[in-house]
Design a protein around this ligand. Structure first.
Ligand SMILES: [Zn+2]
Length: 263
């Protein structure tokens, strides 16, 4: 029974893991929605992939160049989804506006908007900061792939705040310049090689192990409680290191974004 419970706990933990790749930010479905009794271990990891415009190499662009001008009013068009889901996105995206001098102006079905959000069954992802401006107006710059009427507020909060963090230019905390996660690399490669990711070793290197340089990024101290951090199960690290499922802005997230976009 203990083993069974441990396995369930492990599955739940891993289901919360969010991974992001450097081309686009793609997050995967919620643990609540995805996990089933028969799900293979590690099957439900949350994937977040940072999208980059065509021709831009993943490491070629930096957060410094992706930040919006301070005080920018950013029009955000929510294209599709139900009223309930759209209102949840507005509610939780607005968390950033409490601390950042940024004004999201929400509209619907307006492809002149700088940020165009869709709700297709395509994972959850976002371009990083001003990269959205280089995307054709007919295309989305952000997607939420698993929101519906039974999504929990915690999941709306976790994924919406995370994706809008990318839209403000934030990168994944697990690739923070000062990060030192004691990854068990063979296990990480093996895990991501499986469903639903099927990542090559190179993809894992790029999406998981690569760090941004200190020169590329504006950054504060490494923060394992950041909304931009993946959940990291202990089973993928050496020793007992793990990162839980962060669903709200950490205190460092708040002070950091306030320093990047001061009021
Ligand atoms: Zn992400």
């Amino acid at each position: 029974m203990k083993n069974f419970r441990t396995t369930l706990l492990l599955m739940a933990f891993v289901a919360m893991l969010a991974a992001c790749k450097k081309d686009k930010e793609t997050e995967q479905p919620t643990p609540e929605i995805q996990t089933t009794a028969n799900a293979p271990e590690f099957a439900d990891i949350h994937i977040c992939t940072e999208l980059y415009p065509e021709g831009v190499t993943p490491r070629g662009a930096t957060i410094k160049t992706k930040q919006w001008a301070n005080g920018t009013k950013i029009k955000v068009s929510l294209n599709g989804g139900t009223t309930f889901v759209r209102n949840k996105v507005i509610q939780f995206a607005s968390e950033w506006e409490k601390y950042a001098n940024i004004d999201f102006q929400f509209v619907t079905n307006d492809n002149t908007a700088a940020i165009r959000v869709t709700f297709a069954n395509d994972g959850s992802w976002s371009y990083i900061g001003k990269d959205a401006l280089s995307i054709a107006s007919s295309q989305a710059t952000m997607n939420f792939g698993w929101f519906n009427s039974s999504t929990s507020d915690a999941e709306f909060s976790r994924t919406t705040i995370h994706e809008f963090g990318h839209a403000l230019g934030m990168i994944h905390e697990h690739q923070h310049p000062l990060v030192a996660i004691p990854w068990d690399k063979p296990k990480v490669y093996a895990y991501y090689a499986g469903a639903p990711n099927y990542w090559s070793k190179a993809s894992v290197d790029n999406n998981i192990f690569a760090k941004y340089s200190t020169g590329q990024t504006n950054y504060s101290a490494y923060d394992k409680f950041s909304i931009m951090h993946y959940s990291v199960p202990e089973s993928l690290t050496i020793g007992t290191y793990s990162v839980g499922n962060n669903t709200v802005l950490s205190s460092t997230d708040k002070t950091f974004i306030a320093s990047v976009y001061p009021k």
